[in-house]
Write a protein that binds this ligand. Sequence first.
Ligand code: 5RP
Length: 226
Amino acid sequence: MEKKINSGKKIAATKSMEFIDPKKIIGLGTGSTVNHLINKIHETFVLNGQLITAVSTSTETTDLASSLGINIIDLDQVDELNVVIDGADEVDPENNLIKGGGGALLMEKIVASCSKQFIIIVDSSKIVSNLGKFPLPVEVVQFGSERIKDSVERLLVSLGYQMPKVTFRRSETNKYVTDQHNYILDLHLNEILDAKALSLGLLQLVGVVEVGLFMDLASKIIIGDD
Ligand code: 5RP
């Protein structure tokens, strides 16, 4: 199963190369599927002497891309991105996504929202009829984070979720800290009832920075399956 997922990720990453113009700045998402893409960019362009410039969505992506000779620049140095390619944790039939499994949702959403085309690369296990089996990541500030978690739980109950489980994302020893120095709450909902209402409600809570629901953003979904 793991092997099949990995080859699906590779197939999707390879296909997405068709949408890259090496003369234009590329937006690179985060995660194992994007790592396949970064390796492909290295093999296809960098090793052939082509200078590739990209905007990154995480330290993880910056480290890998830089180590493979891709020039990473700051988003603020770019007016508009032609294409951003990223992975996802779930994709529904309307191309709405859950993202943030790798903890990079805030930077990913900012970069995606600056892009003309936001292309998602996934293996077929990510395709679902309803979002929500994958715990929904919500980035929150560190200050007062236990109280923010309480208010998230209260909101979920008011929206009709029965006994919602909300947990802090953990690193080996402590709460996981994002590249922007925030925490992540994972919302174990099983099924998301109304993604728009949930997203709006969460974004109105003080201390919530961003929500891992990406709605009306993806322009293309590439699904890899062998
Ligand atoms: C990181 C993400 C990733 O794109 C998502 O978790 C998919 O990861 P992978 O390609 O490893 O399955 O949203 O924040």
